[in-house]
Ligand binder design. Structure first.
Ligand code: IMP
Ligand code: MG
Length: 176
């Protein structure tokens, strides 16, 4: 059976997202294009844009879909772009937003893709960071929580497409 144990509750996540929005506006300013990575970042994005509004920003919103995981708990190591890349940034800075930086392959792939499309400056943000798992050297500019090498779900993040709907972030525990 698969069980989920709570790691960060709703209130804790909400407080961190609010603070993160302040850090982002403090560094980038109020005017930028935010690009969310699907599917994992969809809940984080939705909360972050509203926190950014309260922090005084008016970001434009774009989405792009990257895929690296199959149905398991480990990355395939190969990042693929599904569909189109946003490429009209109107000379504004770009904030690339993902759910988790793990090996770093997705975030560096996304960043390089946008830089190749003439983004002036690409900032990166991830709700969760697992620094011990890096395969490529990349540090997100804005991080919600640093975590150990554990597998998490909820708040948009899945295990084999399950658990994205959970309002909190939890640890997956297989038993029996
Ligand atoms: P990276 O390319 O290895 O850095 O992996 C980034 C992507 O892998 C994230 O955007 C997630 O979609 C997925 N991922 C990494 N760790 C986890 C996890 O603990 N649970 C669910 N998905 C994860
Ligand atoms: Mg992802």
């Amino acid at each position: 059976m698969t069980k989920v144990r709570r790691l960060f509750g709703e209130d804790e996540v909400a407080a961190r997202v609010e603070a993160l929005a302040g850090e982002i506006v403090g560094n980038i300013g109020p005017d930028f294009t935010m690009i969310g990575v699907l599917k994992g970042a969809f809940v984080f994005m939705a909360d972050l844009v509203r926190a950014l509004d309260r922090a005084g920003a008016a970001p434009r919103i774009e989405l792009m879909r990257l895929s690296s995981y199959g149905r398991g708990m480990t990355t395939s190591g190969e990042v693929r772009l599904i569909g189109n890349t946003p490429d009209d940034f109107e000379g504004k800075p770009v904030l690339l937003v993902d759910d988790i930086v793990d090996t770093g392959l997705s975030l560096s792939y996304g960043r390089d893709l946008l830089t190749g499309r003439n983004a002036r400056k690409v900032w990166t943000c991830a709700l969760l960071d697992k620094p011990s798992r890096r395969k490529v050297e990349i540090a997100a500019d804005f991080v919600g929580f640093e975590i150990e090498d554990v597998f998490v779900v909820g708040y948009g993040i899945d295990y084999a497409e399950r658990f994205r709907h959970l309002p909190y972030i939890g640890l997956v525990e297989e038993s029996g």
